[in-house]
Design a protein around this ligand. Structure first.
Ligand code: NAP
Ligand code: G4F
Length: 343
């Protein structure tokens, strides 16, 4: 039985990856942060008390800003594969918290690589690199495109990308960068634009809300489904040699187009409900991302399965169920959180 260690297991990708690996009979170890509120909602359906016989998912407290404990964990678990997904992953927030983002998203990767090197464990390492690193580079973007980062988050990811390559060359580690374009799902954090839109539109449809404030509607993204993308992460670590791969759908759509589609699928005219609030603009923006994943297609045999329309349908369906539950609670006199978030 193979063992995997997953940082960021409580996040969108971590939860899909944990499901995928457990299905493949891996023993999965996840790093979680101590929080005063529960942060394991996305993996609760996978977790069994560790006293349960044959349990395959184990959680360990830790933080990417602390190196000694990462070393102890890797030494005791001895994973065959490490999927490093943990990060301060919100681009807008990285402008508010640049130092923290540099520490966790940039140096966090170095801390794990150092833990591998110092413990001497034999393992394969996956780094969650990002299309945000391409920034201002013209589309389509591939493994050969020069990075032009446009945010503290992107700059931190560029550092992490190159330190992965350096540890591969300098110490012979099996360390691979997956350069993933945007991927979404019903488990996407509610302050990322796609989920912010599907949450609000379904709430508006049920009369729980009457306005949605967004930032730059003209930005374009190459949006895929997170469930498809975690399979690519696994495929990268099944190769004989480490390498770097772009993972993308090869289609790009604007935020306006995404918004219009979601509202029209609910028989609503987005113009009546959506307003632009400059508070959501970024000091520097990435105008267009469009990935060329032909290398991954050829070398890994990977291609996306879920279309743009199917992704939107999936997100609307889940958020409609959530909105119905909220409506039931409100009708019964309870309160529910449908306030605007900071981002
Ligand atoms: P996410 O939902 O924001 O999840 C981030 C995870 O990192 C969460 O489990 C979070 O824990 C954890 N984390 C944050 N700070 C930490 C710290 N100091 N110590 C330990 N864990 C920490 O992100 P995602 O969308 O799943 O993305 C996964 C990775 O892929 C990230 O590295 C992201 O930057 C990268 N990426 C994402 C995309 C995308 O479109 N989704 C595209 C390219 C690259 P809590 O639950 O406690 O907050
Ligand atoms: O959904 P977003 O916040 O995602 P963004 O900035 O592209 O970053 C995501 O994808 C990266 C991969 O390229 C990941 F590395 C990163 O971790 C994250 O998962 O914003 C998408 C676009 C931006 O252009 C933003 O300006 O939507 C625009 N937008 C317009 N109104 C908004 C809003 N974004 C957010 N979050 N909230 C808005 O109200």
């Amino acid at each position: 039985m193979k063992k995997a260690f997953v940082t960021g297991i409580t996040g969108q990708d971590g939860s899909y990856l944990a499901e995928f690996l457990l299905h493949k009979e891996y023993e999965v170890h996840g790093l979680i942060r101590r929080s005063s509120t529960f942060n394991t909602e996305r993996i609760d359906h996978l977790y069994h008390d560790f006293h349960t016989p044959d349990t395959k998912l184990f959680l360990h407290y830790g933080d990417l800003s602390v190196s000694g404990q990462l070393m102890d964990l890797l030494h005791s678990i001895q994973p065959d594969e490490i999927y490093h997904l943990g990060a301060q992953s919100h681009v807008r927030v990285s402008f508010d918290m640049p130092e923290y983002t540099g520490d966790v998203t940039g140096l966090g990767t170095l801390r794990i690589l150092e833990a591998i090197r110092k413990t001497g464990i034999k393992t394969k390492f996956y780094q969650a690199s990002s299309s945000e690193m391409f920034g201002a580079a013209s589309p389509p973007q591939s493994e050969n495109t020069t990075f032009q980062p446009r945010s503290p988050y992107a700059a931190a990811k560029v550092y992490a990308y190159y330190i992965v390559q350096n540890y591969r060359d300098a110490y012979g580690l099996f360390a691979t960068n997956g350069i993933l374009f945007n991927h979404e799902s019903p488990r996407r954090g509610e302050t990322f634009v796609t989920r912010k839109i599907t949450r609000a539109a379904t709430q508006i449809k049920l009369g729980l809300k009457n306005k949605l404030f967004l930032g730059n509607l003209d930005a374009k993204r190459d949006w895929g489904f997170a469930g498809d993308f975690v399979e690519a992460m696994w495929l990268m670590l099944q190769q004989d040699k480490p390498d770097d791969f772009v993972i993308a759908t090869g289609e790009t759509h604007s935020v306006r187009e995404f918004t219009e589609k979601v509202f029209s699928k609910l028989n609503l005219d987005y113009n009546k409900y959506v307003s632009v609030d400059p508070r959501y603009f970024r000091p520097t923006e990435v105008d267009i991302l469009l990935g060329d994943a032909s290398k991954a297609k050829k070398a890994l045999g990977w291609k996306p399965k879920v279309t743009f329309d199917a992704l939107i349908d999936m997100m609307i369906a889940t958020d409609m169920e959530l909105a119905k539950k909220e409506k039931t609670l409100l009708d019964a006199g309870f309160s529910c959180n449908n306030s605007e978030r900071l981002t």
